[in-house]
Design a protein around this ligand. Structure first.
Ligand SMILES: *Cc1c(COP(=O)(O)O)cnc(C)c1O
Length: 377
């Protein structure tokens, strides 16, 4: 059997978790959390990074820090995970979905401007598959209209746009360290804060509305409840698990890229013949091999494909059901403009198994099976 995903495990995780336990420090913001924050800040040249309990909670924090008020509008793609939308709905915003580009499956930056109204506050580009959105255009629009940009970089850890790490370009960036992502702590995430004016507010929001972080740094002599907040700190045990992976991030990245490149090379002839479509990586983007997908001709062919692979015990999955047609999407949002690609492309896309240390043997079996399905062997 070939799983769709196996969470990364590199060897030092349990040793580090034990160290956290032995240090009698398993709540949040212990030494491992601090090391993870520092690692992310240094490697991605980020002004400030705070580990959170999930990618979703990093998005929640970003929405609140943007000062979303009931009635505000947020522009986002419909082709994304529910968390991208939830964060802003919880803060009281209405969702305005715009279409994606078929080449990267990312928000179509040329459709954003016509979705802006008096109520628009935030644009949320989602870097699908760890391939960057067209950030120069998006940042230019945001600046011209005075909007905030929250990057959903849940899939984009170790990806770059024009040399800049994803998550560090907008006002805020949100990473996920869920077990399905490239680097994992089971459940977890991080908020990247790119404007230092938000550092204090973010710490307070994350620490139950208290100024406890300042207290521990000796900047105030007592700590107290200063604003609304919640608890977005992960346990240091989880951070310990993540640190082990960040320390070998380049190795994990190379390993995933090797699988990705092998798939691409093997399926390129099928694309040449017009049988399938493969992902596009624009020239300004360095990606992290978060996923490998192919696009088939239609929903019916995709269903046959998934069943065919399942008979060989190879697990392939599809996503997303576009948010604008989901029950909550109908309730909380509207689609601006034409749905030229979102629905059509989401019905054709299927993801192949890709995880750290997928064996060469299994990879070759996946490749052979895909070719067999198309009668190209
Ligand atoms: C995984 C993911 C999230 C949510 O991350 P969690 O850590 O699971 O909460 C948000 N947005 C996108 C695009 C994701 O892929």
């Amino acid at each position: 059997m070939i799983d769709f995903n196996i969470p990364p495990f590199t060897g030092k995780e349990l040793e580090y978790v034990k160290q956290a336990v032995d240090a009698h420090k398993i709540c949040g913001d212990g030494q491992f959390t601090k090391k993870c924050n520092a690692w992310l800040e240094q490697h991605f040249h980020a002004q400030k990074v705070l580990l959170t309990t999930s990618g979703s909670s990093a998005l929640d924090m970003a929405a609140l820090l943007c000062g979303i008020q009931p009635g505000d509008e947020v522009i986002l793609p419909s082709f994304t995970f529910s968390s991208t939308a939830n964060a802003f709905v919880l803060a009281g915003a209405a969702l305005v979905f715009v279409d994606i580009r078929p080449d990267t499956m990312n928000i179509d930056e040329t459709k954003i401007e016509s979705a802006i109204t008096q109520k628009t506050k935030v644009i949320v580009p989602v870097h699908y598959a760890g391939v960057a959105c067209e950030m120069d255009t998006i940042m230019d629009i945001a600046r011209r209209y005075g909007l905030k940009v929250v990057e959903d970089a849940a899939q984009g850890v170790m990806s770059y746009y024009k040399g800049r790490a994803l998550g560090t370009i907008g006002d805020f960036g949100c990473y996920s360290f869920h077990e399905t992502k490239n680097y994992s702590m089971g459940e977890g995430g991080a908020l990247v804060i790119n404007d230092c004016n938000y550092n204090d507010a973010a710490e307070i929001l994350r620490e139950k509305g208290t100024n406890r972080s300042k207290f521990f740094r000796g900047q105030v002599d007592k700590y107290t409840w200063v604003d609304f907040g919640d608890s977005y700190l992960p346990s240091d045990m989880n951070a310990a698990y993540l640190l082990a992976q960040l320390e070998v991030a380049e190795e994990i990245n190379q390993n995933r890229l090797e699988t990705w490149n092998a798939y691409y090379k093997a399926f390129h002839p099928l694309e040449e013949k017009g049988i399938i479509e493969l992902p596009t990586i624009p020239k300004d983007c360095v990606h992290n091999a978060h996923m490998f997908y192919i696009k088939l001709s239609c929903l019916e062919e995709r269903t046959r494909f998934i069943n065919f692979m399942r008979e060989r015990e190879i697990w392939c999955v599809f996503h997303y059901v576009p948010l604008h047609s989901a029950p909550a999407g109908l309730k909380f949002g509207r689609f601006q403009g034409q749905d030229n690609w979102t629905t059509k492309e989401s019905e054709r896309l299927v993801r192949l198994p890709l995880y750290y240390n997928l064996t060469k043997e299994n990879r070759e079996f996946v490749i052979k099976s895909v070719k067999e399905f198309f009668g190209e062997i």
